[in-house]
Structure formats: structure tokens, C-alpha cells
Design a protein around this ligand. Structure first.
Ligand code: CO
Ligand code: CO
Ligand code: CO
Length: 328
């Protein structure tokens, strides 16, 4: 069973129509949105996973940044969070759990999100994450469905965290690579989300488990458009390319490639190892933003100048071929 099969099970559920549900399961969007009034809608999401780094505090930060990201990807403002914890309380010292929770809390503080509860269960494998609730104006929701032909695409974090994490597990990753990856995964998409709204974004999603291509395809299919991606413009962790050459590619990248490559046309001579990167499942990845072409440059410049975020224009939205990604 692959990622698309899991998504299909959700889509096949007989979920009753509810007019207050503004964003549900149909469009593979990052968070659900439920209308409360003309001015306010709830935006809700949940995410948790096992540790990808050894340091408990850092793992907590990454898991929280990742969970919050789905609210930012919709253009929402997260307000409250609940901890979700699985922990082997009989075999590991409670100080580890405390450090994980402290890490998560540090990101909630940065996000100005109030922790208001949670649930812990005993489990042989550590898992941590958050359920996050935020608000959004019902007329300003950014989904996968709003990309328009002529738009440019901006990506706000480099690609390759899955490959570096695989190298780390195998004891092959350099200290530098790991610290670069950790810094990227632990950083919030908060400011990128704020600025994309200032620059009239049409659509947005964050890059996570389905990899760059998988999430770009969610937008392609949701918006019924095509995309031209310029492979040389996509920011990647330099070490990820190295490790990819050594074959340190996670199984998730392979299954993403199996599922999504039927909608991808590679039009130039791109090394296989770079293609692996484009399918690499990301943890707490950046935002992929579709916005008017005359605003894209300004967004990239502003993110650098105001927030020291390195983003890049990596391609454009086209009308045809619809449902496809062409990589140059
Ligand atoms: Co997401
Ligand atoms: Co998610
Ligand atoms: Co997505």
C-alpha cells in the first residue's frame, strides 16, 4: 500500500455533505476549514510521527513546526494546540518526554499558540505531534484549487530532508548536513505565510510526505492546470544530492515516484539522483506558493530582506498540458 492508497481510503469514506465545511477531504488540502460566521472560519489539522533526530528537544520543535505548518499553508492563524504523545514510559526516563514537550512548546510560543491540553498513551515507539486549531477569513482561504495559468511558483525551503535523515540513520550524514536540515525543519512557515498573503497568493500547500512533486501535483489537480518546473531553480540541500548519489534514498521517495511519475514529463537531461530528490518525502518542508507573476519576485526579495528566508521562483503555472508537471 502506498501514499495514494491511504488517501483513496479517506476519499472513499461516505462523508455526509455539510455546507459549513468550506474545505474537506476532496481536494487533498493541508487542513480542514469550517465556517463559523461571515467573518470567521475554523481551520484544523493534526500531525504526529516518530523521531527523525536523536535530540528530544529538537524532535519536539520539528514535530510542532510541522503540525503548525498546515494552518500556515492555508493562510490561517493558529490559536490553540493539543499535544499528541506516544511514549514507552516503563523503559525510557521521563526527562526525555519532558524535553520533547519543551521543544514543542518553544515553537508554540514562537507561533503565539496556546497549548490547552493533550493526550498521552504508552507505546513501545515514541511519537509526538499536535492537533492545531486556528482561524481564517472564509474569503481568504488558500487551497490547492486557486492556481491560475500565468502564475509563478515560489518555494520557501530547500528539498532533501528525507534523504539527509536516511543518511543520518545510516551513520553517513555530516554534522553540517544534519544541522542545516534540523534548522530548516524546525523553522516555522509563519512569516512566509504572512508575506504570501501580502503578495496576493492564489494557492498554497506545504511540502511534506508526498515530496515536492506529490504536493505540486495536488495543486495541479486541484486547480486543473499544468506546471512547468525549472529543475535548476529548485533549492536543494547540497549534501542531499551527495547522499542521493550514494543510494541513501528513503523508501518513501521510491513509492512517491511510482505513484506520481505518470503525471510527470521530464523534458531535459536531468540526473536520476536529482529526480529522486524531487520525490523525497519532506518533514516540515516549505510552502509552495502560486501567485501572480508580477508579485513573485517581490515576495522572494521581501522574504530575504525581512525574514532572511531563502526562497526561489521555481516554475510557472500553465493551462496545458492540464494535469501534468513538465520538468525542464
Ligand atoms: Co500539508
Ligand atoms: Co499534514
Ligand atoms: Co499538501
Amino acid at each position: 500500500m502506498g501514499p495514494e492508497d491511504l488517501a483513496q481510503i479517506l476519499k472513499d469514506l461516505p462523508i455526509p455533505k455539510n455546507p459549513k465545511v468550506l474545505v474537506g477531504l476532496e481536494t487533498s488540502d493541508d487542513a480542514g476549514v469550517y465556517q463559523l460566521s461571515d467573518e470567521v472560519a475554523l481551520v484544523q489539522t493534526v500531525d504526529f510521527f516518530p523521531p527523525i533526530v536523536d535530540d528530544p528537544f529538537t524532535f519536539g520543535q520539528i514535530a510542532a513546526a510541522n503540525a503548525l505548518s498546515d494552518v500556515y499553508a492555508m493562510g490561517g492563524k493558529p490559536l490553540t494546540a493539543l499535544n499528541l504523545v506516544a511514549f514507552p514510559i516503563k523503559t525510557l526516563p521521563p526527562s526525555i518526554l519532558k524535553d520533547i514537550l519543551r521543544g514543542g512548546l518553544s515553537k508554540m510560543e514562537e507561533a503565539e499558540v496556546a497549548l490547552i491540553g493533550g493526550h498521552t498513551l504508552e507505546d513501545p515507539e515514541i511519537k509526538y505531534g499536535l492537533s492545531v486549531t486556528g482561524i481564517i477569513h472564509p474569503g481568504k482561504i488558500l487551497t490547492n484549487t486557486g492556481a491560475k495559468p500565468g502564475d509563478q511558483l515560489v518555494l520557501t525551503k530547500p528539498i532533501g530532508t528525507g534523504i539527509i535523515a536516511t543518511a543520518l540513520k545510516g551513520g553517513m550524514a555530516s554534522e553540517e548536513a544534519v544541522s542545516r536540515m534540523v534548522k530548516s525543519m524546525a523553522s516555522l512557515n509563519k512569516m512566509a505565510s504572512m508575506w504570501m498573503q501580502t503578495f496576493d497568493a492564489h494557492a498554497c500547500t506545504d511540502i511534506t510526505g508526498f515530496g515536492f512533486i506529490g504536493h505540486a501535483l495536488e495543486m495541479v489537480l486541484g486547480s486543473q492546470v499544468g506546471m512547468i518546473i525549472r529543475s535548476k531553480e529548485i533549492p536543494v540541500f547540497p549534501e542531499a544530492l551527495e547522499y542521493s548519489k550514494l543510494g541513501l534514498v528513503p523508501g518513501g521517495a521510491r513509492s512517491n515516484r511510482d505513484f506520481f511519475s505518470c503525471r510527470v514529463e521530464v523534458l531535459s537531461d536531468i540526473p536520476e539522483v536529482l529526480l529522486d530528490l524531487f520525490y523525497d518525502p519532506q518533514t516540515s518542508g516549505g510552502l509552495l506558493i502560486s501567485l501572480p507573476s508580477d508579485r513573485a519576485g517581490e515576495l522572494v526579495e521581501t522574504l530575504k530582506k525581512e525574514e532572511n528566508i531563502d526562497s526561489a521562483i521555481i516554475g510557472s503555472v500553465v493551462a496545458e498540458p492540464r494535469g501534468k508537471i513538465q520538468i525542464l
